[in-house]
Design a protein around this ligand. Structure first.
Ligand SMILES: [Zn+2]
Ligand SMILES: [Zn+2]
Length: 156
C-alpha cells in the first residue's frame, strides 16, 4: 500500500524547498558606512577554524555563509571604502573589510560563483544554522568545541 500526492501538493513542497534556500539578507560594518544586501541561494553555513580565518577575524574561527551566484550582492552604501588583502602565497585567500572600521565584509569569490558572507556582519537572522566545522585539524586548542556539529579536517 502506498499513498499518492496530488500534483498541487508536490508543487507546494517544491516551492517551500526553494523558499528555504532563497534568501534576502542585509548587513553592515561596525561603523555603518558599508551596507549591503544579498539576494540569492544560500548554499552553506560553516565555521572555518583555519589559521587564516583566525587571523582575519581575531577569533577562534570565521562563520561564513556562501550565497550564490556571485552577482547576488548589492552594495547599498560605502563600496568605495572596501579594502582587500590577498595573502601572497595563498591560491585565492583574501579578505575584504571596511577601511574605516576594519570589520570583515562579504567577499566575492569567482571560483565559487558566490559570495562569502561573514555571519557576524548580518543585520538579520540567517536562514540556516551552522552546518559544520571545517579545517578542524588547524583548530586552536582554546577555540569552540564541536558542539554537536560534524567536523572536517579540511574541506568536506
Ligand atoms: Zn565600517
Ligand atoms: Zn578558513
Amino acid at each position: 500500500m502506498y499513498s499518492t500526492r496530488s500534483g498541487q501538493d508536490i508543487i507546494r513542497l517544491n516551492q517551500k524547498e526553494i523558499n528555504m534556500s532563497q534568501a534576502r539578507l542585509a548587513g553592515s560594518c561596525l561603523c555603518g558606512s558599508v551596507q549591503y544586501e544579498v539576494s540569492g541561494q544560500v548554499e552553506r553555513f560553516y565555521h572555518c577554524h583555519c589559521s587564516r580565518c583566525r587571523k582575519t577575524t581575531g577569533s577562534g574561527h570565521a562563520s561564513n555563509l556562501l550565497v550564490k551566484p556571485l552577482t547576488s550582492i548589492t552594495w547599498v552604501h560605502g563600496e568605495s571604502l572596501l579594502g582587500r588583502y590577498k595573502v601572497p602565497e595563498a591560491e585565492r585567500f583574501f579578505n575584504c573589510f571596511c577601511t574605516q572600521c576594519g570589520s570583515p565584509m562579504p567577499r566575492v569569490v569567482p571560483e565559487l560563483d558566490g559570495v562569502l558572507i561573514p555571519a557576524g556582519s548580518l543585520d538579520c537572522e540567517p536562514p540556516l544554522n551552522p552546518q559544520a566545522r571545517i579545517f578542524w585539524d588547524s583548530r586552536a586548542d582554546w577555540s569552540c568545541d564541536a558542539g554537536g556539529l560534524p567536523v572536517f579536517s579540511e574541506y568536506p
